[in-house]
Ligand binder design. Structure first.
Ligand code: SPV
Ligand code: MN
Length: 634
């Protein structure tokens, strides 16, 4: 905790003097002195002009939605339930550089951006002094998971941004009553956020002093001088770090994964999770499934030997770039329906009040976008055309609008997880779908070895390959070695181990064209579903199992009504032996710099390399799947 000296002496007295009667009464109904002390401390430090405490009532929700518009943090559109928020041209994505894990003594963790806790605390307190002057502070209480569930974590958010609270009211379950009922017997995370001083456009003025500091020991995150939701919305990626840390200590998993149901023979529903870095087909995989439990995060625990998972969220903060009525009919309909509540961020708001993004039907016309006034053909100082809508433009909306919403979304017991998939953008190595030999092989050669081309959700160069184990590197508060070790341990204790798959929608041919079509992922999902139940065979390769040609022909016909030519099978599923060996080398090299890597990783990678070398000796550098051995059902 970050205590201003002296502020803890009589927090209740201080709050009684400072807050409105309603706000004080709402807070003092929560019987946890340490919480009140923290809030008193932050109020004293940030000096807001008023404090609004949410109980989550419909009046509160309406108040926040109205405040977002009145304070011009969101702009109205032609649809009363649709608004647009702009983060500002320098605040359009997560800030890796200034997002740091605070560690006592400033100890370094391999591949993780850490900072000395004491210095970080001091810096953030300095930046927060008076930061809310003239503004209202919101205090809101949320559940990270279904109410009354053993999976659920709790969080309190302080912020001066109505947009942040509006987003959280859509994305999470308000649960003030749980705090009243259960404090101090619940543990919760604490989030402090301030957009800081804003300019005439409403953008945070001091983005050069943007800081997102994660205090694992104190269970708190401090985020200032930023608005982009990935940096500001506490329960999204900031909570993910705290959740991973709790999971590490208690032996369960908190993951950057969706949870989706895939239907199989006889109407059975099989649940799979999927981890993908941003912009690699995660959302489209969710929509290619039959039911949706969650689109971004999962908490997974061992319940009587079975891995069960919940989605801690109830909303989506999704990439809108490219969303179109042909490829994404369901989400497109939600985003264009006047019935749904949507916050668009960093899209184009046209003068007539219509919203435009790449993929929206119709042409973009003059209006306002992430960089200010926009008109067709607008160029920036360097003569580059300014895109009407930013590649990392997003939508925030409730998951409950989905027609494919899984009926078990609120089930406190979660759903059984029978498969886990990992996917990245890989132009040259991985086939469209691949099944690991077993849990350990999958966690090591697929999950912990995940790589992907960089995308627009991070403030760095787009196009390079990035090592991104479990698609969670940006959100890891611990070494990837320990995170892998946690997975290995978790799997050992399961009586039913989920199957592990790799998927890749971005394989290119010699001329650089994508080989697969967007819709094909439905077939890969159906194949995984069958494999989980042992309902089809496979080809055994040095890197895992791949589909048999005849099974894919059947699946393409049954689910997409199209043929699947043999040449495509050969193109997609040939084993690119040299590329796989190179990948083993890259991953080996990375983990050899991570001292706490489980030794099994090197053994499993070495075995994989040996199998690949044997195959190369027998059949050369690129091997057609028809040359490989058929395996029966597992
Ligand atoms: C992601 O980038 O993985 C997201 C959006 O889901 S953000 O909140 O920016 O992390
Ligand atoms: Mn995500």
């Amino acid at each position: 905790m970050l205590h201003e000296s002296g502020s803890g002496s009589d927090p209740l007295g201080y709050l009684r003097q400072t807050l409105s009667r309603t706000a004080y009464e709402r807070l003092s109904a929560i019987k946890d002195p340490s919480l009140l002390e923290w809030i008193a401390d932050m109020v004293r430090l940030a000096r807001p002009s008023s404090v609004y405490v949410l109980t989550g009532s419909s009046e509160d929700l309406a108040y926040v939605a109205r405040a977002s518009l009145e304070r011009e943090e969101e702009l109205p559109t032609r649809c009363p339930r649709h608004t647009v928020h702009f983060d500002g041209p320098k605040d359009l994505a997560r800030d890796r550089k200034n997002t740091r894990i605070l560690v006592p003594g400033g100890e370094s963790i391999p591949l993780i951006n850490t900072h000395d806790r004491a210095a970080g605390v001091e810096e953030i307190r300095e930046l927060s002094r008076g930061i809310m002057e003239g503004r209202e502070m919101f205090v809101a209480f949320y559940c990270f998971g279904p109410k009354g569930s053993d999976f659920t974590m709790y969080a309190v958010q302080l912020t001066d941004s109505a947009y942040v609270i509006h987003s959280e009211n859509i994305l999470y379950r308000n649960c003030y009553d749980e705090f009243v009922k259960r404090a101090p017997n619940i543990r919760y995370a604490r989030f402090f956020h301030s957009a800081g001083e804003r300019d005439a456009n409403g953008w945070s003025r001091n983005v050069d002093r943007r800081r997102i500091y994660i205090d694992l020991e104190g269970g708190a995150v401090y985020s200032v001088n930023t608005q982009y939701a990935g940096n500001s919305v506490g329960l999204k990626k900031l909570m993910l770090r705290l959740c991973v840390y709790s999971g590490l200590k208690e032996g369960w998993l908190c993951e950057h994964m969706f949870i989706a149901g895939v239907k199989g023979p006889g109407g059975r529903v099989t649940y799979l999770t999927g981890a993908f870095p941003a912009g690699c087909g995660k959302t489209s995989t969710v929509f290619a499934s039959d039911t949706v439990v969650g689109d971004d995060l999962a908490i997974i625990k061992n319940v009587n030997g079975v891995a069960r998972g919940v989605n801690p969220e109830v909303g989506m903060f999704g990439i809108i770039d490219g969303v179109n009525p042909v490829d994404d009919p369901e989400i497109y309909e939600i985003l264009t329906s006047p019935e749904s509540e949507v916050i668009f961020s960093n899209v184009l708001l046209m003068d007539g009040g219509d919203v435009w993004w790449r993929g929206k039907v119709g042409e973009p016309g003059p209006g306002v976008n992430y960089a200010g006034r926009w008109w067709p053909g607008k160029k920036d100082e360097s003569g580059q055309e300014v895109l009407p809508s930013h590649p990392n433009a997003r939508f925030t909306t409730s998951i409950r609008y989905l027609k494919t919403l899984d009926p078990r979304i609120d089930d406190p017991a979660g759903v059984p997880i029978h498969g886990m998939m990992f996917g990245g953008r890989d132009p040259a190595t991985l086939p469209p779908v691949l099944e690991a030999f077993d849990w350990e092989h999958g966690m090591i050669t697929i999950g912990a070895s995940l790589e992907s081309e960089k995308t627009a959700a991070i403030l760095e160069k787009v196009g390079e390959m990035d090592f991104n184990p479990f698609a969670i590197l940006d959100f890891l508060p611990i070494s990837p070695g320990r995170f892998l070790e946690l997975h290995l341990r978790f799997g050992e204790r399961l009586a039913v181990k989920p199957k592990v798959f790799g998927v890749n929608y971005f394989l290119r041919d010699e001329s650089g064209r994508f080989v697969a079509e967007k819709v094909d992922k439905r077939v890969w999902l159906k194949w995984m579903e069958l494999r989980i139940h042992g309902d089809c065979g496979a080809v055994r390769t040095p890197v895992g199992y791949i589909p048999l040609y005849q099974d894919l022909v059947k699946l393409f016909d049954a689910h997409l009504g199209k043929g699947y030519p043999e040449e495509r099978y050969v193109k997609e599923f040939s084993i690119r032996v040299d590329n796989f060996i190179a990948k083993v080398g890259r991953i080996w090299e990375i983990y050899s710099r991570v001292p706490d890597t489980p030794p099994r990783l090197f053994e499993v990678l070495a075995e994989q390399k040996r199998r690949l070398e044997d195959l190369r000796a027998a059949h050369g550098s690129v091997v057609s799947p028809f040359k490989l051995e058929k395996a029966g059902s597992p």
